[in-house]
Design a protein around this ligand. Structure first.
Ligand SMILES: CC(C)(COP(=O)(O)OP(=O)(O)OC[C@H]1O[C@@H](n2cnc3c(N)ncnc32)[C@H](O)[C@@H]1OP(=O)(O)O)[C@@H](O)C(=O)NCCC(=O)NCCS
Length: 347
């Protein structure tokens, strides 16, 4: 069975910084820096400019990951795009990103690289990693590009009504190339994924309901202008419920991959946790006896970037030299659905 490892990572965040104070000042939201920072650890986040979407940012991150993997986009056998903020209902963001690589279509031999979309919110990157590693291990692909990209800023309730959710999320993208290798020292050693659909409505954006005919409410049943209530358009969250399940499932998933490989926290060099809330991560770390110096964070500057979070952290850790070949890395995420996942990778 071929060995699958992460051969390159890349990250991209839009240049516009929005601080906690900006949410109050520029949008008139009744909030304070202290409230947000104390409960979440978030100081600021990035918002994409109008006209920039998840596939655009994903493309920027993907270009870096491909270059760092030492390959060309024509070597990629499959693209996986994880997002909860796709450009449109359909098609998914994968094809919008794929077509930006115009070199795929140049010359006499176009490369019609398959583009797969994954809808697993904050766990999207780990769902993508598990899929990519399996594709490589099965011998079906040599290089799989996994991208997480999010444009939350276009779909947040920027009023006091939406402040609980709005203060948490930011935009960005991260990417990783998963490749085949003969090197036994490197590889995706173990991954686990989970879901509990009973939590689907604890964090969701029910902007339409396909069970209803038509799928968006129309005034007086007239075809034409749809009227969407705020609770349909904007994300809705039961924060306490999400918090409780996040702690429980992140501990469970991390313990499972470590148990499967007979590892303890001492054997792991770097813990890469999804960044939903600093307090969630501190709680998980405390439960599992993980020292702060083995953890990396970006929540203070990017907020929760959902599927982009883990690849953004990996890319930045590689850039700064914090993550080096030979290290054992543990990743874990929890998100809407509920969905969760964990992975152990020899870098
Ligand atoms: C969101 C979260 C920080 C809220 O913290 P909390 O202690 O549960 O706060 P509550 O929602 O009970 O709100 C407490 C009060 O603060 C207010 N509040 C909410 N957001 C606020 C904000 N940004 N600024 C100021 N006040 C705010 C609420 O309106 C409420 O006021 P009330 O008591 O007058 O009704 C917390 O629940 C959390 O982090 N949950 C997990 C969320 C998450 O991780 N989501 C992503 C998962 S991938």
């Amino acid at each position: 069975m071929p060995n699958a490892y992460i051969s390159g990572t890349g990250g991209y965040v839009p240049p516009r910084v929005v601080t906690n104070d900006d949410l109050a000042k520029d949008y008139g939201i009744e909030t304070t820096h202290e409230w947000i920072f104390q409960r979440t650890g978030i100081e600021e986040r990035r918002y994409a400019e109008d006209g920039v979407g998840s596939a655009d940012m994903g493309y920027e991150a993907a270009k870096i990951a491909i270059q760092r993997a030492g390959i060309s986009v024509r070597d990629i056998d499959m693209m996986i795009f994880a997002t909860l903020s796709p450009e449109h209902h359909f098609p998914g963001s994968g094809v919008f990103m794929q077509r930006k690589f115009t070199e795929l279509f140049e010359g006499d031999m176009p490369r019609y690289v398959p583009a797969m979309d994954i809808r697993n919110q904050c766990s999207g990157f780990l769902y993508g990693l598990g899929t990519a590693a399996s594709m490589v291990q099965a011998g079906a692909c040599k290089h799989v590009l996994v991208v997480g990209g999010e444009t939350h800023s276009a779909a947040l309730d920027m009023t006091t009504r939406g402040r609980t959710v709005t203060s948490l999320f930011g935009d960005g993208a991260g990417a990783a190339v998963v490749s085949a290798t003969d090197d036994p020292k490197r590889g995706v050693r173990k991954w686990t994924l989970g879901a509990d659909g009973r939590g689907a409505e604890s964090l969701w954006m029910p902007v339409w309901d396909i069970r209803k005919k038509p799928f968006v409410p129309l005034p007086d049943g007239r075809m034409g202008d749809a009227v969407l209530k705020p609770e349909m358009v904007w994300p809705q969250m039961d924060g306490k419920q999400v918090f409780r399940h996040a702690v429980e499932k992140m501990c469970m998933a991390l313990m499972q991959v470590c148990f499967d490989l007979s590892l303890s926290a001492n054997d792991i060099d770097l813990f890469v946790f999804h960044q939903a809330n600093m307090r969630i991560n501190q709680y998980v770390a405390q439960q599992l006896g993980i020292p702060e110096e083995k953890m990396i964070h970006n929540i203070h500057k990017y907020g929760n970037t959902t599927a982009a979070t883990i690849p953004l952290l990996l890319a930045e850790a590689e850039e700064t030299g914090r993550l080096k070949p030979g290290m054992k890395v543990a990743m874990v995420a929890f998100g809407a659905g509920f969905t969760w996942g964990a992975a152990i990778v020899d870098w």
